[in-house]
Each structure stands twice: as C-alpha cells, then as structure tokens.
Design a protein around this ligand. Structure first.
Ligand code: 6PG
Length: 248
C-alpha cells in the first residue's frame, strides 16, 4: 500500500461531490477492465448524501449500474425494511433509483441472528470469490469512521479469533444507540481490495482521525488503522471540521 491520500474539503457537501466523482471513476475503470465492478457500501449517516448524488444526473446514467455487484462492509442485524438497515438505506437512497441488477445485490441477511447472517454472507462471498480467494476482490470499498476510530463493525478492543480465517464475522458492539448485533467483513477482505475510500466529516471525529492518520500505530484501539490493502490504495475524503487537528 502506498501512503494514503488525504483530501480535505470545506464542507460535507463538497466532500460528497468529490466522493461521487471518485466512485464513478473507480467503477467505470473497473467495469471497462473486468466487465463488472465489485463494491462494498457502508452504513451510518455520512454516505447518505453521496448515495443521493449518485442517484441523480450525471451519475445515474454515466455509471454502468447493471455491471456493479454490491456488498456491504457491515450490516446491523435488523430486517431490510428497518430504518437502521444499511442495505435499506442504500436501497432507498440509491439502489432503487438506478438500473442495478437484483442478482448483483449481495446483502447481509440482517433479519437473521448474527451468527446465521454471517454464515450466509460467508457463502455468498465464496460463491463470488475472485480466483482462489473465498471472497471477491473489491474495486471500491466505502468506509466511514466513528468518533472512537471504529470502521465497518471493527470496534476498538475487539479482535475476534476467527477473523484471520473468515471473510465475515458476527459482532456485538454498542455505538451511538445503534443496533448492537452486526455482521462485518474482516480485514482479510478490506486488505485485498483495490481501493478503499474513507468518508469522514464532523468535529467530533477530529481527534480519532488525527490518531488514526498521525498517531503511533495502535490498530487495536483505532481499528481504522487495520485497513491497509496490500496491493490497493486508500483515499481519505474529509471535511475541514474532521481534519481540524491534522498536521498541515
Ligand atoms: C454502521 C457503519 C459504521 C459507520 C460509522 C460512522 O453500520 O454503523 O457502517 O462503521 O460507518 O459508525 O457512522 P456515521 O457516518 O453515522 O458517523
């Protein structure tokens, strides 16, 4: 992995516009080279504006949506129609509005218990594995970061013993009153991706962001530091408030 690129924008909307441009470039490049593109989406409030932009011109027409396979970096264990569902949020704001192919939507079955949902997701990942890998090599992973440095559902102080052998695991973690039972992709999958795109906004994340980007390596306490694709790139798109403590 090269040094991550860090780009700071004056406002969350400017950051979302830049994210839409980069997302579109990555998907167009991948689908030209491979005839399809593999994407993992995240939940949380940050990507909603990006989803809404992608559902509008020019991106609703300029991205070959029917060639994109969708996975989720993590999911909360709630039914898909629940307001807390990461799949549900992506469906409402983006996927229902563009010409995706239903069979390319590989969602975590959040309506199941975490263990069963993770088992099913592991099977789906395996069915779509790249080469000898039991998971697809993702062309673009969208990740957020919590004020505690978590990303996807990799939380501080938690390392599950199966995560070094399994592409997806069940997780229980309390954060911001959101559903505690979750399923997450593991660093095995994130670190074999071609491009990881972190979106981070808000002053409440400034401290964690400066620890993650400039602090001593402490991936156990700042799980976003666990994302280091071996042959891929990482780009951080952040707003000024989140970047306020970064070295100039
Ligand atoms: C989730 C996530 C999670 C999220 C961060 C940031 O399902 O909760 O995927 O990792 O990206 O918690 O959330 P916000 O964007 O709401 O700050």
């Amino acid at each position: 992995m090269d040094t991550p690129q860090v780009k700071i924008y004056p406002t969350p909307s400017a950051m979302s516009l830049a994210a839409a441009e980069l997302f579109s470039e990555l998907i167009n490049d991948a689908s030209k080279k491979q005839h399809s593109a593999q994407v993992a989406l995240s939940g949380g409030s940050t990507p909603v504006a990006l989803f809404q932009l992608l559902a509008q011109p020019p991106y609703n027409a300029s991205i070959p949506w029917d060639r994109v396979h969708f996975y989720w970096a993590d999911e909360r264990c709630v039914p898909p129609e629940d307001a807390e569902s990461n799949y549900g949020q992506a469906w409402q704001n983006l996927l229902s509005k563009v010409s995706v192919s239903q069979q390319n939507i590989h969602r975590v079955l959040g309506e199941l218990e975490p263990k069963a949902a993770a088992q099913d997701y592991v099977l789906q990942l395996k069915q779509n594995g790249t080469g000898a890998l039991a998971w697809p090599v993702l062309d673009c992973v969208l990740l957020g970061m919590g004020a505690d440095g978590h990303t996807a559902s990799l939380f501080p102080g938690q390392v599950n013993s199966t995560e070094s052998i399994s592409p997806a695991i069940p997780v229980t973690a309390d954060y911001g009153g959101r559903p505690a039972n979750r399923v997450t992709l593991t660093p095995l999958v994130f670190n074999s991706a071609r491009h990881v795109l972190f979106l981070v906004t808000g002053e409440n994340k400034a401290n964690a962001l400066s620890e993650v980007l400039h602090g001593a390596g402490d991936p156990l306490h700042f799980p976003a530091q666990r994302i280091r694709p071996v042959n891929g790139d990482v780009t951080w798109l952040i707003d000024q408030a989140a970047g306020s403590l970064l070295h100039k």
